[in-house]
Design a protein around this ligand. Structure first.
Ligand SMILES: Nc1ncnc2c1ncn2[C@@H]1O[C@H](COP(=O)(O)OP(=O)(O)OP(=O)(O)O)[C@@H](O)[C@H]1O
Ligand SMILES: [Mg+2]
Length: 288
């Protein structure tokens, strides 16, 4: 048992559908990550605990440097934790990775420029040893789901930024993961493209039943998409607040004009501001 569960208990793990008693699909307990290769070391995450139920859409917002990307990298088995426990579909991240339980999408799409779009989407299946005809068919189906079947034979550079990000999503989804980990996937796109991709992502989520953990700087994007928004403190990242987004679904352009939507946006903004103020040194004393 963690010795200081106070913060964890306050922001418990029972908000959302997990409260019903189902095993959560993603479970974090007292997660700590420190980087010891920097002078003096950097504590990036400090005892982070929360659960995500199967099929939920959870967004994480927090200031720059609050450990959001680090958190996704720990869950995605790209980094080892310094302490605490991670369970992805009941498994350690390394085992979950072997079982292809999750897919990852980053801010930049990281496509292979010399491979055609279809071949990029096929790649995870190729690594798995799926026969050519079968992986072609599955990759094509995944591309169709993001509306890009007609550019399958192009090279990534012949696509717009938004289209490239869709290809990255199709690639992450091609192995039919149960969890999709997304780190500011639309952060570099213009506002209208981002809004369109938000709608497409919600449709993909609805159609596939995939669980989504979505990191973003954008409070409005978080509220528009998610069932729950988790707010991180400035580094070291801790849970500052958790806000249920009980807006009706399906959400659409109309949602962004609802009073209830603005209300939740303001709630998240206040929580974020509170976390930032709490993280600042007390003022009133001369510095130096
Ligand atoms: N590989 C690393 N080695 C050393 N320190 C690291 C490493 N990766 C991240 N950090 C540190 O951990 C802290 C959290 O970084 P992280 O990238 O997770 O923040 P973030 O919340 O994703 O920020 P942003 O919103 O800017 O993307 C920062 O202080 C960062 O400098
Ligand atoms: Mg980041």
């Amino acid at each position: 048992m963690p010795s200081d569960p106070a913060g964890e208990a306050a922001i418990g793990s029972t908000v959302g559908p997990t409260a019903a008693g189902a095993t959560p699909q993603l479970s974090l307990r007292g997660l700590v990550k420190s980087f010891d290769d920097t002078p003096g070391g950097t504590l990036a995450l400090d005892r982070v605990s929360f659960d995500v139920a199967a099929g939920a859409f959870v967004a994480i917002v927090g200031p720059s440097g609050s450990g959001k990307s680090t958190l996704l990298r720990l869950i995605g088995d790209l980094l080892p934790p310094s302490g605490g426990e991670i369970r992805v579909c009941g498994h350690e991240p390394s085992e979950a990775r072997r079982r292809r339980e999750f897919g990852m999408v980053f801010q930049s799409p990281v496509l292979y420029s010399w491979r055609k779009v279809l071949a990029n989407v096929e790649l995870p299946l190729q690594v798995q040893g799926v026969p050519r005809a079968e992986r072609r068919a599955q990759a094509m189906a995944s591309l169709s789901r993001v509306g890009l079947a007609d550019v399958a034979d192009r090279k990534p550079r012949q696509l717009s930024g938004g289209m490239q990000q869709r290809v990255a999503i199709a690639r992450a989804m091609v192995v039919r993961p149960r969890i999709l980990l997304m780190d500011e996937p639309f952060g570099s796109l213009d506002e209208l493209t981002r809004e369109r991709l938000n709608l497409e992502l919600l449709e993909l989520w609805r159609a596939t039943g995939v669980t989504v953990l979505f990191v973003t700087h954008d409070i409005e994007e978080a509220v528009f998409l998610a069932d729950r928004v988790i707010v991180f403190t400035p580094g070291p990242g801790r849970l500052a607040a958790e806000i249920a987004i009980d807006l009706p679904r399906p959400r659409d352009e109309q949602t962004r004009t609802d009073v209830a939507y603005f209300d939740r946006v303001n709630q998240v903004r206040r929580a974020l501001r509170g976390a930032m103020l709490a993280g600042e040194a007390p003022t009133g004393e001369p510095s130096g």
